[in-house]
Design a protein around this ligand. Structure first.
Ligand code: FSO
Ligand code: SF4
Length: 587
């Protein structure tokens, strides 16, 4: 004990010296290195793959999130857990509130990595959530619905205290590392699910069973008497809801816009002013295309909006030109050469530097937000959103500078791939295809992500990559060729279209008369970045998919014990070197 205390004092003095040297001005920041754990930080967030030191962002987010923004987000999550708990109890009596469901979705989506950096927007959401919760508490009383003793329901927080109480509302308020890990795994899964459900809602598709699981899960996170086993069961329940949520969004997208089809997406530019639309929301794209007709303004996709080019519905718009640039983190260079305004419908936003030439040209909408950007208001009942300020700005801008030329093949969602099923099955039977490699998920800034490009290049010629999400930008422009006319990279679409990959895997399982999806010659090498990848992972686990490799690093929010549970029950693993992984998984 004496020795331990000595180390602690040394560590504490050392950290004070470092801080003094660094002249870090934030008075909020008090480090406590006792037990190697940071407490009472300016902020604490470890929800994404780029978290500082793969431990947690404590000074400022690597994503650009300021400490006070992180604290507003913690408070918004606290308020949302309270609202969800009340609505969960009302739902048991058939009295659930629709507005509450939608507020919960928006709050969860707004706190996803890189989605919303706007403190004023967050403060307004907190106030709305607390006041709606109070209305529902009164409604519960009127209707004789008993509400549990739970801080999240009863603790009153005034506006001037939104930045206080972080010890009570922040992630580290749960002191048991394993419980915290399971609870945050649930929260991050629910955040990812909320994003997909919100896109479906924008197309008027909803499912009460999904809302039920989301509220139950948030209730479980606020509860203090659930065992680790019960929390683990809740993790898988959220995963099952994830499958439903992705299926719902798939239905919403394909019913509204048709089934994606094989499409050569143009990568070049034209000589008109343009608008670059990023994010995942197809309803926003539809309305933007509708409103730009005949204005002389072209529309290009960026990042996760690329798959929209494969939907039959959008092909009818003559000013829908193609895709400009790559994945989200390249936006600083690509936005500066685009010249026109940029519309973010969701994450991933990289806050621009003060001298960026596209400052003032960024627009956000939906749950996305950025200080200094113009926010396009939600659509009113029966009306479209008003994108006229974006279009007006585009008209004042130069056409985009050419970034690259050529085409990209996309559109291999489940319907299209299943139309090729006979060809694919024959290729497998004849040994022309020996392995499918699922490389879905996200891209990110870390240098180590070059692994995914090198891995794709090193795969043997008889393997096919199934991809979805922005992870694809690491290899979708490589000349990997085809196998008897089947491209070696089959791009199903956005990260939510990982659902397509599941449908394809289940169809192959049936076609080969297998009992278990794990008997297929499929390797899962998934790259994650933010919470939508967490719900994709949980969805796969809930379907019984085993031996998923997750990289480039395992989530910091998983405690060693929780990792052990995942390894023992699901065979989850990380990645190593390209050579080792090809040798162990493919050969
Ligand atoms: Fe990527 Fe960002 Fe789609 Fe995410 S653009 S990282 S998992 O938001 O949602 O794949
Ligand atoms: Fe850090 Fe990621 Fe949280 Fe941003 S979202 S503060 S980078 S952990």
């Amino acid at each position: 004990k004496a020795q331990h205390r000595r180390y602690c004092i040394i560590a504490k003095n050392f950290s004070i010296k470092i801080l003094a040297l660094a002249k870090i001005p934030n008075r909020l920041m008090k480090f406590n290195l006792f037990g190697g754990r940071f407490m009472d930080n300016a902020m604490f967030c470890f929800q994404c793959q780029e978290t500082a030191g793969n431990k947690g962002c404590t000074i400022k987010g690597v994503c650009g999130k300021e400490p006070q923004t992180a604290r507003f987000m913690d408070m918004l999550m606290y308020a949302t857990r309270g609202l969800a708990a009340v609505n969960y109890k009302l739902r048991e009596k058939g009295l659930a509130c629709k507005d509450a469901e939608h507020l919960i979705l928006d709050a969860l989506f707004s706190t996803i990595t890189n989605a919303n950096f706007d403190d004023n927007a967050l403060k307004a959401k907190i106030a709305k959530t607390f006041s709606h919760k109070d209305e529902l508490i009164a409604y519960a009383k009127e209707n004789g619905v008993a509400l549990p003793e739970m801080d999240e329901i009863w603790f009153k927080v005034e506006q001037h205290d939104y930045l206080s109480f972080n010890d009570k509302v922040g992630v580290l308020s749960e002191t048991n590392e394993d419980v915290r890990s399971l609870k945050q795994l649930i929260v991050y899964g629910v955040k990812g699910l909320a994003a997909y459900v919100e896109h479906a809602l924008n197309l008027n598709f909803e499912d009460d069973e999904i809302y039920l699981v989301m509220e139950e899960a948030l209730y479980a996170v606020s509860s203090h008497d659930l065992s680790a086993d019960e929390l683990t069961a809740m993790v898988l329940k959220v995963g099952s809801a994830g499958v439903k949520g992705m299926a719902l969004l798939d239905k919403a997208n394909t019913t509204t816009y048709g089934n994606p089809e094989i499409t050569k997406v143009n990568l070049g530019v034209r000589n008109n002013p343009g608008i670059l639309i990023s994010g995942h929301d197809l309803k926003d794209l539809e309305e933007l295309l509708e409103q730009t007709q005949g204005t002389g303004v072209d529309v290009y996709t960026h990042g996760e909006m690329l798959p929209a080019n494969s939907y039959p519905f959008f092909k009818k718009y003559p000013n829908f030109v193609g895709n400009y640039g790559g994945s989200w983190w390249h936006q600083k260079e690509e936005f500066s050469t685009f010249n026109g305004p940029i519309l973010f419908t969701t994450n991933c936003i990289v806050p621009p530097k003060a001298d960026a030439n596209y400052i003032g040209k960024i627009f956000t909408t939906g749950s996305a937000g950025l200080p200094g950007a113009i926010h396009i208001a939600p659509r009113e009942q029966g009306k479209q959103k008003d994108f006229s300020p974006v279009i007006a700005m585009a008209k004042q801008c130069q056409p985009p500078q050419e970034f690259e030329k050529g085409e990209l093949i996309a559109g291999f969602a489940h319907h299209q791939v299943l139309q090729l099923a006979d060809k694919v099955i024959d290729a497998v039977k004849q040994g022309a295809i020996k392995k499918f490699v699922v490389m879905a998920g996200c891209d990110g800034r870390m240098k180590s992500r070059s692994y995914y490009t090198e891995f794709a290049e090193a795969l043997p010629q008889d393997s096919v990559i199934l991809t979805a999400g922005c992870a694809k930008y690491r290899y979708n422009k490589l000349p990997l060729g085809d196998i008897g006319g089947i491209p070696r990279v089959l791009d199903a679409g956005q990260c939510n279209d990982s659902y397509s990959l599941v449908v394809i895997a289940l169809a192959l399982k049936d076609a080969f008369g297998l009992e278990d999806v794990n008997q297929l010659p499929i390797v899962y090498n998934i790259a994650w970045y933010e919470q939508k990848a967490v719900i994709v992972l949980l969805a796969l686990l809930s379907l019984g998919v085993k031996n998923i490799h997750l990289g480039p690093t395992l989530p910091a929010f998983l405690s060693p014990n929780v990792v052990n549970v995942l390894v023992q029950n699901f065979g989850i693993g990380g990645i190593s070197t390209v050579e080792e992984d090809i040798k162990n998984w493919i050969a």
